[in-house]
Design a protein around this ligand. Structure first.
Ligand SMILES: NC(=O)N[C@@H](CC(=O)O)C(=O)O
Ligand SMILES: [Zn+2]
Ligand SMILES: [Zn+2]
Length: 330
């Protein structure tokens, strides 16, 4: 049995640079027609020259797959001339509050100071992608950020705002209240809760920001994804770190899910008898919301089981060692 997906997209992806990029990028390029590429490199992708060189590096690493990198710019308090000059080279601007996640040291310290740049983005039609967490208690960080989304959604009604990698039922509820608010959700946040991370022996390969939450949150996110919620888009947040940064004191945050994404999404939607809604979740909604027209591409999966390797190079993947029911047809 074969399942065909038309032009699947991953709306939140970390490809890193150099040898890590060359190791991980082919997994995404084999499965997806395109992906939104996160700019949290060291130093961040925050100027035209770095953008162009990073895009070229991605294109080299993903050839010969027809893979569209949707580039993002690391949020700075850009002025009008800078944003106008960069607008045609980017899909969106990605905002990190200072210090909330991996490589966000150059993020925004005072969120009340950046409204002039948000107004410019609204005028230029540039979407705002946000890692929305406060500096509060770890389980409350996403909830505490929701009023910030509300303020921006009200102040800038034509600014398209994407709440990245949401992990709570409360974030989902907010989608219903503001027409210009959208969200991405990862595969792992549809499957795991905090118990999987820290309820038994500590599982560093499931440690990420935002941290996985309660069963009720996971169930609400899964239900929304399975029904193809029109404002919810798949974004893997696949975020590889070398094994010595994960199996260590001060374990880095990030789950490397790229190699298993479509096989596990198909299995999940099949198990819940929701395969009809998978195309909307993995690209259809994103194309409609953002007006994207990536080069059409068909990706096929076959019902043939395989075991996820323990490692790819020096990176441990999500679901390592598990047997999956669907395999990508290469
Ligand atoms: N999600 C993570 O835990 N880590 C991401 C950064 C991010 O998306 O917040 C990374 O770059 O490693
Ligand atoms: Zn993030
Ligand atoms: Zn991310």
């Amino acid at each position: 049995m074969i399942i065909s997906l038309s032009t699947p997209l991953d709306m939140h992806l970390h490809l890193r640079e150099g040898a890590m990029l060359r190791l991980v990028a082919p997994f995404s390029a084999a499965q997806f027609a395109g992906a939104v590429i996160m700019p949290n490199l060291v130093p961040p992708v925050d100027n035209a020259d770095r953008l162009a060189r990073y895009r070229a590096e991605i294109e080299a690493a993903t050839a010969p797959y027809p893979f569209l990198p949707l580039m993002t710019l690391f949020f700075r308090p850009y002025d009008a001339a800078t944003l106008q000059g960069l607008r045609d080279q980017i899909f969106a601007v990605k905002l990190y509050p200072e210090g909330v996640t991996t490589n966000s040291a150059g993020g925004v310290r005072d969120l009340t100071t950046i409204e002039p740049t948000l107004a410019l983005m609204e005028a230029l039609g540039i979407p705002l992608l946000v890692h929305g967490e406060s500096h509060g208690f770890v389980l409350d960080r996403e909830a505490e950020f929701l009023p910030v989304y509300e303020r921006w959604a009200r102040t800038f009604p034509r600014l398209r705002i994407v709440m990245e990698h949401i992990t709570t039922a409360a974030a989902l509820d907010l989608l219903e209240r503001y027409p210009n608010l959208f969200a991405t959700v990862t595969l792992h946040h549809l499957l795991i809760t905090l118990d999987d991370v820290a309820g038994g022996l500590l599982q560093p390969h499931l440690f990420c920001k935002p941290i996985a939450k309660r069963p009720s949150d996971r169930d609400a996110l899964l239900a929304a994804a399975l029904r193809g919620h029109p404002k919810l888009m798949f974004g893997s947040d696949s975020a590889p770190h070398p094994i010595d940064r994960k199996e260590a004191a001060f374990c880095a945050a990030g789950v490397f899910s790229a190699p298993v994404l479509l096989p596990m999404l198909v299995e999940l939607f099949e198990r819940h008898d929701a395969l009809d809604n998978l195309p909307a979740f993995v690209g259809g909604n994103a194309c409609r919301i953002h007006g994207l027209t990536p080069p059409p591409r068909t990706v096929q999966l076959i019902a043939e089981s395989w075991q996820v390797p323990a490692r790819y190079g020096d990176v441990v993947p999500f679901a390592a060692g598990q047997t999956l029911r669907w395999r990508l047809v290469e």
